[in-house]
Design a protein around this ligand. Structure first.
Ligand SMILES: NC(=O)c1ccc[n+]([C@@H]2O[C@H](COP(=O)([O-])OP(=O)(O)OC[C@H]3O[C@@H](n4cnc5c(N)ncnc54)[C@H](O)[C@@H]3O)[C@@H](O)[C@H]2O)c1
Length: 452
């Protein structure tokens, strides 16, 4: 499972050799640890275009990163302002919400051209854009242009640095999103466009250290792999976690639950009454529902028996639809609840040998986009999806060497992600302060070339 090439390129001879041969040089990514919870360095706050109307400074100040004004003699401000810090910025936030025409778009270039090179390794570039204005095609053109800009910069920036675009109208509604993107928790999220709406905040102040304290989270397929990492991360954030898995994995599920101080629930999620059984198990309801259980049964369509088709569609899609419907109908998800389903880039891009899997995972994205506004209006529950790319798990360790190596390297970070990368993204979507993030399908793929 270990990525030996990544370890090799981290050594001096490895770096030398791979540079001489023109081979990919993945940078070891800095990930969140309790000892190192923030990026290392300051935040540079820039602006392009007219005044945006966002009250961004207080929100950025709460990320814990010193802003350029504090860290250096220059002051953060417009694209033409004095912006250089004395050390490499760990993050650059460019507010481009006021960009309404092509001339103003030039200010995006003017703002980032001089500073991009100086962004620290494993640093962040976050561009803020406005929703596209259906009545102003000039605004819509240049705001859409930001997508192409961000995705292109993500592909060239290198050194483990990520570039993402957030479309927003309210800075405080986007606080959890900005904190996530400006932290080591988003190490493998790059080239994404994330829409943040407006939403009333959670009742009472947010506990940013233990945001899920007093909440119950159920994770399907949590006995191992990505689901186990999700369970661990939600428990770290204070949740009581219910570890659900099939009877064959009961022992592992119990072990994970015991380690996390949670409980185990042995259940095949494809059971017709799975939703009812979950509701019966949790009579007080639940706050976070993570649909993670998933299977592959790969074959090209010409060789695929109906059973391979139906088993994948049943686990990955039909059971997600059934249990979601049953739990919402019973009112088992409390107000402020969060549903996070697991799609895949194979569902967004398509993958040879995976017509069943690709269909099921694209279906998850369709479910999320359709249900999200209604679930929020009727139940106060958000619905989002994570779409992992190549993640280092037992599933991908079983892939033949050459295909595995291609899958690992064919992304902007030139490496596979770790289960914890999917887990951190899930935890951001499950956060009580993420109520304005709804109907999003966020790829955790290091900006994979697949379907980019
Ligand atoms: N590993 C990757 O690179 C990758 C990429 C994209 C998407 N995903 C998705 O992420 C999710 C987790 O993947 P993983 O790599 O950790 O897989 P995994 O096979 O390691 O773990 C899946 C877990 O789901 C459980 N499960 C399977 N069927 C179940 C059922 N009917 N009821 C209850 N539990 C069931 C399994 O017992 C297992 O514990 C899946 O939805 C998968 O499709 C993974």
């Amino acid at each position: 499972m270990a990525d030996r090439y990544l370890s090799f390129t981290a050594t001096a001879p490895g770096r030398f050799l791979t540079a001489r041969l023109g081979l990919p040089q993945p940078a070891a990514l800095s990930r969140w640890t309790a000892e190192r919870p923030s990026l290392d360095g300051h935040l540079m706050h820039l602006r392009a275009g007219g005044p945006s109307g966002l009250d961004l400074a207080p929100v950025l100040a709460r990320t814990g990163l010193p802003t350029a004004t504090e860290a250096a003699t220059g002051s953060a401000g417009s694209a033409t302002g004095s912006t250089t810090g004395s050390t490499a910025p760990a993050a650059v936030v460019l507010d481009a919400t006021g960009v309404r025409d092509v001339d103003a778009l030039a200010e995006v270039h003017a703002a980032l051209h001089p500073v991009v090179r100086s962004v620290a390794a494993s640093g962040r570039v976050v561009v803020l854009g406005a929703p596209l204005d259906a009545r102003d095609h000039h605004q819509a053109a240049v705001q859409q242009a930001l997508e192409g800009f961000v995705r292109s910069l993500g592909k060239e920036i290198g050194r483990g640095r990520t570039v993402n675009l957030v479309r927003l109208t309210d800075a405080s509604a986007a606080e959890s999103t900005l904190r996530f993107l400006l932290s080591p928790k988003s190490a493998y999220v790059s080239g994404q466009v994330i829409g943040v709406g407006t939403a009333e905040g959670p009742d009472g102040p947010v506990d940013w250290t233990l945001p899920l304290a007093g909440r119950t989270a159920l994770v399907t397929g949590a006995a191992r792999g990505i689901g186990e990492a999700v369970a661990e991360t939600l428990a770290r954030d204070g949740a009581h976690v219910v570890v659900l898995d099939v009877p064959q994995a009961a022992e592992d599920a119990r072990r994970v639950a015991a380690r996390l101080g949670g409980s185990a629930l042995t259940l095949d999620i494809t059971a017709a009454d799975a939703g009812e059984r979950i509701a019966a198990e949790l009579p007080d309801g639940l706050d976070v529902l993570i649909h993670n259980a998933g299977i592959t049964r790969d074959r090209r369509l010409v060789n695929m028996p109906a059973e391979r088709w139906s088993s994948v569609l049943d686990v990955n899609l039909a059971s997600v639809l059934r249990t979601t419907d049953a739990l919402l109908a019973k009112g088992a998800l409390r107000t402020g609840g969060r549903i996070v389903a697991t799609a895949s880039i194979a569902g967004l891009a398509g993958n040879a040998g995976q017509t069943n899997y690709g269909a099921s995972k694209a279906g998850v994205a369709g479910l999320v986009r359709s249900l999200a506004p209604r679930a929020l209006a009727e139940h106060g529950v958000t619905v989002n999806a994570v779409a992992p790319g190549f993640i280092e798990t037992k599933m991908t360790a079983a892939v033949p060497l050459f295909i595995r190596e291609a899958g690992r390297r064919m992304n902007s970070l030139a490496q596979g992600g770790l289960p914890v990368d999917v887990a951190e993204t899930t935890a951001w979507l499950a956060h009580p302060a993420s109520g304005a993030v709804n109907g999003q399908v966020v790829r955790v793929c290091g900006q994979s070339l697949l379907g980019a």
